[in-house]
Design a protein around this ligand. Structure first.
Ligand SMILES: Cc1ncc(COP(=O)(O)O)c(C=O)c1O
Length: 378
């Protein structure tokens, strides 16, 4: 059996262990310490736009805290992009709130501004103004932030940007994760940089960051004994994990370049195959980190389908994966309101994510190319 080619696997830079050793030498083996502060600083420098970053145990934790800081409570409604990973929507349920799902638009596969407006107007008419809007930058592709932000401002609803997959992506030159009232990042094992597991909340005021740190460390009041006036969480990032993050930040730019080169590799392969489109930026306002390269296979033109291609890859021990199944089609969210048409559903039916790691070798690329050419009869 050939060695496994993963969709996206961890790619260490080399200095991660140095930071971990420092933590051991100084006995900062705790959910605070120089690596946590250093990692937050590195992220703030990278993101710019007055970003104030709180390092947390997961991107999901960051989303949960962002909803709490936006004042989301039991029975409130929160708007969320439907085409995403379940972790974008689950924290809405953690708050006892109700997700209202929005379809994608075809250029970026992200939240459709038209359906967003329709949803807000309809929810207000039905008696409830949504408390927040969760927009996702899918696979690293920036959403149409100008249009979404304008609608959010018109209705005075805070935007939470799920930039879990989009560290290193920009829209009109500004880093994804810095547009909304809050942004969230993920450093899960499959992301463009990883801390094995981890996340961050991107804020714009020291007050919002301080509140996130307070809530993520069990909400201890300022007293010599343990005193609590709020429900807290154990969501802070460990100083060991943050050491991995500091090492990874040193190579982030290289990782973005390598992922973008993988995208170009697929563009080159598929340029001669009619009916297959590679997910690409609509224009130069959008700069994707291309965390995952993805394609749409049109069965009518190709006479093929994405599932057979996935199985053909698997025969050669190559991992590929259907696009995210939209949340409004998930059994767990079947009663949630939904606005839009069938764009995200069609993307799910015909879309496939391809191996995109920054650590793939020329031999790996040859194997991938061979499977594609054989499958499409080239
Ligand atoms: C779009 C999206 N949102 C949220 C998350 C959650 O991040 P984490 O796994 O760090 O909790 C992920 C990744 O896992 C994701 O891809």
């Amino acid at each position: 059996m050939n060695t496994k080619i993963w969709l996206s696997s961890p790619h260490m830079g080399g200095n991660e262990l140095k930071y971990i050793h420092e933590a051991f030498e100084e006995n900062w083996v705790a959910p605070l310490g120089p690596n946590v502060n250093g990692f937050e600083n590195d992220l703030e420098q990278f993101l710019g736009e007055n970003a104030k970053v709180a390092a947390l145990s997961a991107g999901t934790a960051a989303l949960h805290l962002s909803l709490i800081e936006c004042g989301v409570q039991h029975n409130d409604e929160v708007i969320c992009q439907s085409m995403t990973f379940s972790a974008s929507a689950n924290p809405i349920a953690y708050c006892g709130a109700i997700p209202v799902f929005i379809d994608s638009e075809p250029d970026t596969w992200n939240m459709c501004p038209k359906a967003l407006r329709e949803a807000i107007e309809d929810r207000i008419q039905k008696g409830k103004k949504p408390k927040a809007i969760i927009v996702v930058h899918l696979y690293g592709m920036p959403a149409k932030m100008d249009e979404i932000t304008a609608i959010a401002e018109e209705f005075q609803i805070p935007v939470i940007e799920d930039a879990a997959e989009a560290l290193g992506s920009t829209y009109k030159g500004q880093a994804c994760g810095t547009f909304g009232r809050f942004g969230i990042l993920s450093f899960n094992g499959n992301k463009i940089i990883t801390t094995s597991g981890g996340g961050a909340l991107v804020c714009h005021t020291q007050e919002d960051k301080d509140k996130a740190v307070f809530l993520s460390t069990q909400a201890r009041d300022n007293a010599p004994h343990y005193q609590h006036s709020h429900i807290g969480f154990n969501y802070r990032m460990s100083n060991i994990v943050a050491g991995i993050g500091r090492g990874q930040m040193e190579v982030l730019k290289d990782r973005v370049d390598a992922r973008r080169a993988m995208h170009d590799f697929y563009v080159d392969i598929f340029k001669n195959i009619d009916g297959v489109t590679v997910f690409t930026e609509p224009n130069s306002d959008f700069y994707s980190n291309h965390w995952l390269s993805a394609i749409i296979v049109d069965p009518e033109v190709t006479g093929k389908n994405r599932e057979d291609l996935r199985l053909t890859f698997l025969e050669d021990n190559i991992e590929s994966r259907p696009l995210w199944k939209p949340m409004h089609l998930q059994p767990v969210f079947e009663s949630a309101p939904y606005y839009g048409g069938n764009i995200s559903e069609k993307l799910f039916d015909n879309g496939l994510c391809l191996p995109s790691g920054s650590n793939l070798s020329d031999d790996d690329r040859e194997r991938i190319k061979k499977v594609i050419y054989t499958y499409f009869g080239i």
